[in-house]
Design a protein around this ligand. Structure first.
Ligand SMILES: Cc1cc2nc3c(=O)[nH]c(=O)nc-3n(C[C@H](O)[C@H](O)[C@H](O)COP(=O)(O)O)c2cc1C
Ligand code: SF4
Length: 429
């Protein structure tokens, strides 16, 4: 099925990342892109002052990462930077949209990051073929002296774990797209054994904005602890998916109205793609910033939000856990077995076959399995299980006692819940 994607900017703000059509090198330069990087210390200080947090999921401060790789590089023979555009998260479209439409903003951010950490090698890491074509065209028209560093494009087969940072480093080093044990983490020892900065492509596009406009302008939108704008992929609620550029801190209820969904009909949301778990109706009264969403025991993650209106939270959790069961990299016993076991209980609950003992086990697993495995996939699965139990106790109990009429007759069983299947964009920037 192919659905249209609408692309829009929050009313009243000037977009920083979205635009109405793909951008050429000339257009990007005309708007101030690829300006000289005269002073890397100054830019690093601006990144620090801006408070820019990574947009790949963990919201880690970019300045800390840049400083660490730069420092580690002093003792090593060079550093490497990677733009992570793999976007293995089915419910997110922002990175593919950026790469397809604003490749130069990403490449500009990448060469600036390379300048700050003193990298002699820069890699754009993607799996979407249209994104790869767009980056290739952008690299063809980008003079080497403007980039200041050799930029390579590397494509990989799509997969949920392929965008995890050690999996990306593994691929650049010639291995399979599977996470590796930490330590060492990429900022210590990554590509070719060198300290490696790996940043999400949206983070890098914000870095390019910051270079042009400075930290003060960057902070004009957003909140103190979640500065700037972010790209949000909104799915579910029986509507076509949408990509929005939003200032951090807006009321979720206002976003629902903009998206054409009545707040009264919202049962909850699936946050951060599949990673940050479910939130009940409390989300309707929340604002979209890290501090507010964390207070609900969840996370903004990569900015992908699936809205549940008709969908049963038990069935959504079952589908996501079944996805993790299928998509984990199959190399850590705790993850391989843990995701399968959690999925089996959730599917049993959906289908009216689970017992209280099963639920007690699910609850225990959602605690004890955290932090196991080479990457955080198992944490994502634990988040989904724990949040279902904590945020939807009534629905869980009624499934246990009577089964669920809706799930019995027409259960939500999407293999890739809230997936954005097409990027045929309808633009209203
Ligand atoms: C299972 C898993 C999958 C991930 N997939 C992606 C991805 O597709 N794209 C991405 O940018 N980050 C992904 N991440 C996060 C990266 O490991 C890394 O933190 C991120 O690229 C850093 O960029 P940032 O600091 O700009 O957010 C994933 C993490 C995990 C645990
Ligand atoms: S934790 Fe799971 S997804 Fe991550 S590497 Fe191990 S098996 Fe693969």
């Amino acid at each position: 099925m192919t659905a249209e994607l609408s692309v829009a900017v929050w009313p009243g703000i000037t977009p920083r990342l979205l635009r109405d059509r793909p951008e050429s090198l000339a257009e990007y330069q005309q708007s101030g892109g690829y300006g000289a990087l005269a002073d890397t210390d100054h830019l690093l200080a601006e990144v620090q002052a801006s408070g820019l947090l990574g947009r790949g999921g963990a919201a880690f401060p970019l300045a800390v990462k840049l400083q660490t790789v730069r420092d580690n590089g002093r003792d090593a023979s060079g550093t490497v930077v990677i733009a992570n555009g793999e976007e293995g998260e089915p419910a997110s479209i922002k990175d593919r949209w950026l790469l397809r439409n604003r490749p130069h903003a990403v490449l500009d951010g990448l060469r600036l990051a390379a300048g700050i950490v003193g990298a002699d090698r820069a890699v754009v890491y993607v799996s979407d073929s249209a994104a790869a074509d767009s980056v290739e065209r952008a690299l063809d028209e980008l003079p080497r002296e403007l980039a200041g560093v050799t930029i390579e494009l590397l494509t990989v087969a799509p997969g949920y774990v392929a965008g995890e940072e050690t999996a990306a480093v593994h691929v650049v080093n010639g291995g399979p797209a599977k996470p590796t044990d930490k330590p060492p983490r990429p900022f210590e020892e990554g590509v070719d054994g060198k300290p490696t900065l790996i940043s999400n492509v949206e983070t890098l596009a914000h870095l390019a904005y910051l270079h042009q406009h400075g930290a003060r302008a960057f902070r004009e939108l957003g909140t103190e602890a979640s500065p700037g704008t972010f790209l949000a992929t909104i799915t579910g609620a029986g509507r076509a998916p949408a990509l929005y550029e939003l200032p951090h801190g807006i009321a979720f209820a206002d976003l629902l109205t903009l998206h054409g969904v009545s707040p009264d009909n919202v049962r909850g949301v699936l946050m951060g793609g599949y990673f940050a778990g479910l939130v009940n109706r409390d989300i309707v009264g929340a604002t979209l910033d890290h501090e507010s969403v964390r207070a609900l025991n969840s996370g903004l993650g990569c900015g992908a939000i699936g809205i549940l209106t008709e969908d049963c939270p038990v069935a959504v959790a079952a589908s996501v856990l079944a996805y993790f069961d299928r998509e984990n990299a199959g190399q850590c016993g705790s993850c391989f077995n843990g995701t399968a076991a959690m999925a089996a209980v959730a599917v049993g609950l959906r289908d009216g076959n689970a017992t209280q003992d099963d639920l007690d086990r699910l609850k225990r697993w959602s605690v004890v399995l955290r932090g196991r495995g080479a990457c955080a996939t198992l944490d994502g699965a634990a988040n989904v299980a724990a949040s279902l139990l904590a945020q939807f106790p009534d629905q869980v109990q009624s499934h246990l006692e009577n089964g669920c009429q809706t799930c019995r007759s027409a259960a939500f069983t999407a293999a890739r819940p809230y997936e954005v299947e097409s990027v045929e964009a309808v633009v209203a920037v």
